[in-house]
Ligand binder design. Structure first.
Ligand code: SAH
Length: 297
């Protein structure tokens, strides 16, 4: 068993059953080019290489890269990049390697402590979607985060992260993976999700404004929306806007569907125009800084 480094969120998947379910979930075709983040010892990489046209794997740990080079280095359709996935310019790096360019699917058992930043890098964000979206993204993540990503309005797991991801993609919670499926077992439960980016169903007039009201709206989950948005609009005035969207004046952020959020954003913008735009901050609503709760595995 290869020793693990905690700072890189290393937990080796050892369950054959979980592995084959993950590969099946990716629905790979012989023409697919796969991107894997964090191959570790290569346990998932091997079956991916068998099912897809090519696999490019990005691994931060140099020692593991040496090991993987020895194990899988001779396989033609495999390319290993050593580095931090979050800071790599993937399309630039892949330029000289034609068979690996523009991977169309992502399959990975990722380090849980950087789930938010990984999602943002793969999907982009509301105000800046990835211009070259992947066809599908199958990820093994912390179960709590999986539930939050896939939750629908009204569910207690539904939050700003759900809206940010579902604005850009369809999300499916696929199955649980027990802690004993890993070596060493993480302290949290795990699950596999599939995210399929798609054209935005109903684009907000100002995606930045939508990011701003999401951040404010979900700032305090127990409060009613009208109190969370007080800095933008008088609670009494918001009642009128909510009524015009057939929403109860007492709604909380978690009651609003993605479409409701877009409509609310558009209405508020139409009401106060530039006043709101001027107070926007582009760094206000990153997925990266909203996953704090579910970081440590
Ligand atoms: N896929 C393997 C390993 C999962 S553990 C398996 O299923 O067994 C997560 C892996 O991500 C580790 O190999 C870790 O070294 C790697 N990793 C952690 N941070 C990373 C980063 N920023 N960029 C790329 N790889 C990273």
């Amino acid at each position: 068993m290869v020793k693990t480094r905690k700072q890189f969120g290393q937990h080796w998947l050892k369950s054959e059953k979980a592995l084959s379910k993950i590969v099946a979930a990716a629905e790979l075709k012989e023409t697919d080019r796969v991107l894997e983040i964090g191959p570790g010892t290569g346990i998932l990489t091997r079956p991916l290489l068998q099912a897809a046209q090519s696999v490019v794997s990005v691994e931060i740990d140099r020692d593991l890269c040496d090991l993987l080079g020895k194990k899988l280095g001779k396989i033609d359709n495999f390319l290993l990049l050593q580095g931090d996935f979050l800071s790599l310019e993937l399309s630039q790096l892949l330029q000289p390697f034609e068979p690996f360019q523009n991977p169309n699917k992502v399959v990975a058992n990722i380090p849980y402590n950087i789930t938010g930043p990984i999602l943002e890098k793969l999907l982009g964000r509301i105000a800046e979607p990835n211009p070259q979206p992947f066809e599908s993204i199958v990820l093994l993540v912390q179960k709590e985060v999986a539930l939050r990503i896939c939750a629908k309005a009204g569910n207690h797991n539904y939050g700003a992260l759900s809206v940010r991801v579902q604005y850009l993609a369809d999300c499916e919670f696929l199955f649980d993976v027990p802690a004993q499926a890993f070596q060493p077992p993480p302290k949290v439960d795990s699950a596999v999700i599939r995210i399929k980016p798609r054209p935005i169903a109903q684009p907000a007039q100002s995606p930045k404004h939508l990011e701003t009201i999401l951040k404010l709206g979900f700032a305090s989950r127990r409060k009613m929306l009208r109190n969370n948005l007080k800095s933008l609009i008088e609670p009494d005035d918001l009642n009128g806007v909510l009524a015009s969207l057939s929403l109860n004046p007492q709604v909380r952020a978690e009651d609003l569907s993605v479409a409701d959020w877009v409509n609310l954003s558009d209405r508020l913008l139409a009401r106060s125009g530039n006043e709101i735009l001027n107070s926007e901050r582009s760094d206000s609503a990153s997925m990266a800084n909203r996953i704090e709760g579910g970081s440590e595995a």
